[in-house]
Unconditional design. Structure first.
Length: 423
């Protein structure tokens, strides 16, 4: 790695926006022991900034799209737990742009990560930190993707993993991953928020390393989504970056990434964040409508299981991200999510339901006049289409507007010819 890229000094954990207390790099706490605030990682400033830093990043020999940014993620790590992850595509699909109502729309597909979701970016850093800190075991609460990712990275690291998932509210594909990768999977009679409360208790009382998105090292990995898409745009800032939101970890990570990119001279202006929740799980959107006057919780219910969260853990950090980027938080219905998903799928890209909330949100904002058709938008797709095959099968079997069900025929060429004529 170029010497210009090296940071001078070790990072510390600093209490987020509250008391300012610092904690050692290898502390396994996610919350400040003094005031209870969530922690953020701070790094020494790299020697290179601006164009020199862009060149150093582009010339890195790291195979991982996360660890290419090592000096800005975890400069003290000599050995990392990596597949590798990152380097996901930024794609154009005219059909999706037309549907959303903007001429310049691109899809950053995080479903192309090793376990099929963006979670791998944060998990490679969190599990690396757990190994460095000597953790006895790692744990998470999950609606599925975090469990799959933690199970895979813990297996690679040789650390026991506990995953707490809500019974009956996890897709078969994600559950299969967690089991296949060897995690101890605990089916909790409760929702995600109950799972998280139990995981936090296990961390506090049993000394298990908590790898949920309130873990500050998860954010360090997830912020590379933004840096990578900016590099793919030759560091030309889009007008909007749209993303789905559940626990608000990505919202927080994106805000941190943009804040740091601006300070390091990688960009000269901030894009606006469009944070999109499902209507049945939209506490952050409700609070945004009231200018975040108070924290809101809901009993979450949505077909988009990855964002079925009623009490987001990374609330304060996400509020900061919205305020700093002049961002917007909105919600869309399950019908809008599934309709957008059908368009994305039919474009040959494909995604899980929660991912499609980003495109559905852009379409809604264009219709309301808050996003202009001439503006440039990047929509983040967070998970692979095969993360929730049941949702796909159900949609196409239920006679939806864009349904494409399988057609039963006899083994006759005339039947094939008839179908071709119909199409």
């Amino acid at each position: 790695m170029s010497d210009l890229f090296l940071a001078a000094g070790a990072p510390s954990l600093q209490c987020c926006d509250r008391c300012g207390a610092s904690w050692p790099e290898l502390s396994t706490a996610a919350e400040c022991a003094d005031c209870g605030g969530l922690l953020l990682v701070t790094h020494a400033r790299p020697v290179a900034t601006g164009d020199a830093l862009k060149i150093a990043l582009a010339s890195s020999a790291e195979a991982s799209g996360v660890w290419r940014h090592r000096a800005l993620v975890m400069p003290g790590a000599d050995q990392v737990v990596s597949w590798p992850e990152g380097n996901t595509p930024l794609v154009d699909r005219a059909r999706v742009s037309e549907y959303a109502g903007v001429a310049q729309l691109q899809l950053k597909h995080e479903g192309m990560n090793p376990t099929g979701s963006f979670k791998d970016r944060g998990m490679t850093v969190a599990v690396t930190h757990a190994v460095r800190a000597g953790a006895r075991a790692v744990a998470c609460a999950s609606t599925g993707n975090t469990a799959a990712s933690l199970a895979a990275y813990a297996a690679q690291a040789g650390i026991p993993a506990l995953v707490f998932v809500p019974k009956g509210n996890i897709s078969a594909g994600k559950l299969a991953q967690a089991m296949a990768y060897g995690a101890t999977t605990l089916m909790v009679n409760g929702d995600f928020d109950a799972c998280l409360a139990l995981a936090r208790s296990a961390s506090a009382e049993l000394g298990v390393y908590l790898a949920n998105s309130l873990n500050p090292w998860r954010l360090e990995g997830q912020k590379t989504i933004v840096w990578e898409l900016l590099a793919q745009l030759d560091w030309n800032t889009p007008d909007w970056i749209a993303l789905p939101a559940g626990a608000l970890g990505n919202t927080s990570a994106f805000g941190k990434a943009l804040r740091e990119a601006l300070a390091l001279g990688l960009i000269n202006r901030l894009p606006r964040l469009l944070v999109v929740q499902a209507e049945g799980a939209a506490p952050f959107a409700r609070a945004f409508d009231a200018d975040f006057a108070k924290r809101v919780t809901v009993r979450a219910e949505t077909v988009a299981t990855a964002i079925r969260i009623g009490d987001p853990a990374s609330w304060d950090r996400a509020v900061r991200a919205i305020r700093e980027t002049n961002g917007v938080v909105t919600s869309v219905t399950d019908a809008e999510i599934l309709d957008a998903k059908a368009v994305i799928d039919a474009s040959g890209v494909g995604c899980e339901p929660a991912s499609a909330a980003s495109v559905a949100g852009v379409r809604s904002m264009v219709a309301r006049g808050l996003i202009a058709a001439s503006e440039q938008v990047v929509c983040v797709l967070t998970g692979h289409v095969l993360k929730d095959p049941d949702a796909v099968n159900s949609y196409h079997a239920d006679g939806a507007t864009r349904a494409n069900p399988p057609l039963e025929i006899e083994p006759r060429l005339s039947d094939v010819e008839r179908i071709l004529g119909r199409r």
